[in-house]
Design a protein around this ligand. Structure first.
Ligand code: COA
Length: 279
């Protein structure tokens, strides 16, 4: 894969169709400063551009295109949120500069949330503020039982607005409102109960293996299109009739796609679909 972004505060490890992104600012508990945010945005865009869903092929020049992102943090904590120095400095600048800083954060969360790959998070220690925002943008989150998550912004006199849409979609209105006001830490059990995370495990990394193998047996374009389908449901503002028409169009599009034809034919021909890893 070409033009891989240069990074200092995050590490990338690519293994076939999986790319691990490791937050690498352990001395500041992986707080998201401007450099780290810019590096993450560049890496999310680069991995999206090199995904099977965007490239339209499983491999190119002998290298597999990407289907899975795994996000994790080095050290004691997954992520202590947005860098507090950065936010204080931005807030003290002009309205335009302050807004540009928030816009960078918005781009970070949106590029993770809308990423065409299946995204997995492995969480240890704390995930506060923007760290909780990253969790909310991921598709499958496995959390250590001792981890703690908080929408902690309220303790700093600010609010989880930029991350809000993603957290709100994950945990719903009442839980979002309660946690934005309390700004206190939820343990892994509560996070699981309200849907902030998907699994609790002492061995997050090894438990991700089963999820990875499940995703690799699903059509890679179907994975990306599932996000588009869900967004259509989330945002639907037309009539019920139009809504049903839209789902018919979507179904027809998937059936007639190259991947849909391959998946349906492979089942009938009793052979693995071409995207399934060889056993
Ligand atoms: N932004 C910038 N620096 C941060 C940070 C953040 N979000 N979180 C931690 N750090 C820095 C600390 O300032 C400290 O730096 P120093 O070594 O130069 O003094 C270093 O990371 C270690 O943090 P410290 O507070 O000394 O460690 P701790 O073990 O007592 O507590 C945390 C760890 C993460 C619980 C605590 O630092 C914390 O609550 N951070 C704020 C998190 C937050 O509110 N984030 C939401 C932002 S919207």
């Amino acid at each position: 894969m070409q033009d891989r972004p240069e990074t200092e505060l995050i590490r990338l490890e690519i293994d076939g169709p999986c790319c691990e992104i490791i937050l690498n600012r352990a001395d500041k508990y992986n707080a998201l400063n401007v450099q780290m945010i810019n590096e993450l945005i560049a890496v999310f865009e680069w991995t999206a551009n090199n995904s099977v869903a965007v490239k339209g092929s499983l491999a190119e020049n002998g290298a597999e295109n990407l289907r899975i992102l795994i996000l994790k943090g080095d050290g004691k904590h997954f992520c202590a949120g947005a860098d507090i120095n950065m936010m204080r400095d931005a807030g003290a600048q002009s309205a335009e500069e302050n807004r540009a800083d928030s816009k960078r954060l918005d781009r970070l969360f949106n590029s993770l949330w809308s990423h065409p790959c299946f995204t997995i998070g492995l969480i240890q220690g704390v995930a506060l503020g923007g760290g909780a925002g990253l969790i909310a943008c991921l598709d499958h989150v496995i959390c250590n039982p001792h981890a703690k998550i908080a929408l902690s912004e309220g303790k700093l006199g600010i609010l989880p607005a930029v991350i809000g849409p993603y957290v709100y979609r994950r945990i719903g209105s009442a839980n979002f409102r309660r946690h934005a006001m309390l700004a206190g830490r939820m343990d892994a059990a509560e996070a699981l109960r309200i849907g902030m995370i998907d699994a609790v495990s002492e061995s997050e990394q090894s438990d991700s293996v089963a999820i990875i193998s499940e995703v690799l047996s699903t059509g890679p374009s179907a994975v990306a299109a599932a996000k588009e389908l869900t967004l259509g449901f989330d945002r639907w503002s037309g009539s019920d009739e139009e809504f049903r028409e839209w789902t018919l169009d979507f179904t027809s599009r998937m059936r007639s796609s190259v991947e849909g034809q391959e998946g349906l034919s492979s089942f009938l021909e009793k052979r693995p679909a071409d995207w399934k890893p060889q056993e």
